[in-house]
Design a protein around this ligand. Sequence first.
Ligand SMILES: [Zn+2]
Length: 171
Amino acid sequence: MKYCKKCKRIHNDTEEKCSNCGKSLLKITDENTPVYLLSASGFELKRIKAALKDAGIPSDNISQKHNFSAEAVTGYDISEYDILVPYSAYEKAYDICVGIGAINSGEEKIINDDGTPSNNDTESIDEQFEKMSGYKRTTVRIVSAILFLLLVAFAVYGTDFITGLIKNFFS
Ligand SMILES: [Zn+2]
């Protein structure tokens, strides 16, 4: 394998120039040569580095274009970093990044666990909800009407009952 000395991207032996930056490529002789894995920023960067660390893969990140003003204002580093890993750990690191969704392999399609398209599920649930809410609305109206009558009855008879108690108590 070859790699670009400037941007650290790895290339096949058949390539002469870096497809990313146009620099000439060097043959990888040292297994520990840092090579480019992917670019990330903010929380995604932390997440990827944590996943690599968990797998025992050392990683380094170099800033592409540091945005000092944004960091000064927000106190949060939002600039993009190139994550570098040793060439010997590149394939493992790549698999980890695909596993945590940091790299889209381009061949995998996101489907539900049961394999059904998500649109149909959403529609049927919506329909059920629509029916249920219509039914519920009617029920709520009837129940609240009954509750209102009960409250009125309680207010009238309850007050009489309490008044009666007080009258009995003092008589
Ligand atoms: Zn390059």
